[in-house]
Design a protein around this ligand. Structure first.
Ligand code: ZN
Length: 73
C-alpha cells in the first residue's frame, strides 16, 4: 500500500486542498475517477488509481505554511 499527499490549488475558487492517495502497488486494474474540490465541488482533474483517495480542505495553519513556502521560491 502506497500513500502520498498532493496539495492542489482549485482552478475555480483558488482554495487549497490536499488529496491523500492510497494505492495498491500490485493491482493492475485502474479506474479513472474525478477529484473534486472540497470547497466548491469543482472537478479539478481525473485520477487513474488502483486504490482510493480522500480530499480535505487545508487547515488554516497548513494554508499559512503553504503560502509562506511559496514566497520563498
Ligand atoms: Zn474550489
Amino acid at each position: 500500500m502506497n500513500t502520498w499527499i498532493d496539495i492542489e490549488v482549485c482552478d475555480n475558487c483558488d482554495e487549497l486542498f490536499k488529496v491523500v492517495r492510497h494505492e495498491f502497488p500490485t493491482s493492475g486494474t485502474k479506474e479513472i475517477e474525478p477529484v473534486n474540490c472540497p470547497h466548491c465541488g469543482h472537478r479539478q482533474y481525473e485520477l487513474a488509481t488502483s486504490g482510493w483517495w480522500e480530499t480535505y480542505p487545508l487547515t488554516e495553519d497548513e494554508v499559512r505554511n503553504m503560502r509562506a513556502n511559496k514566497k520563498m521560491k
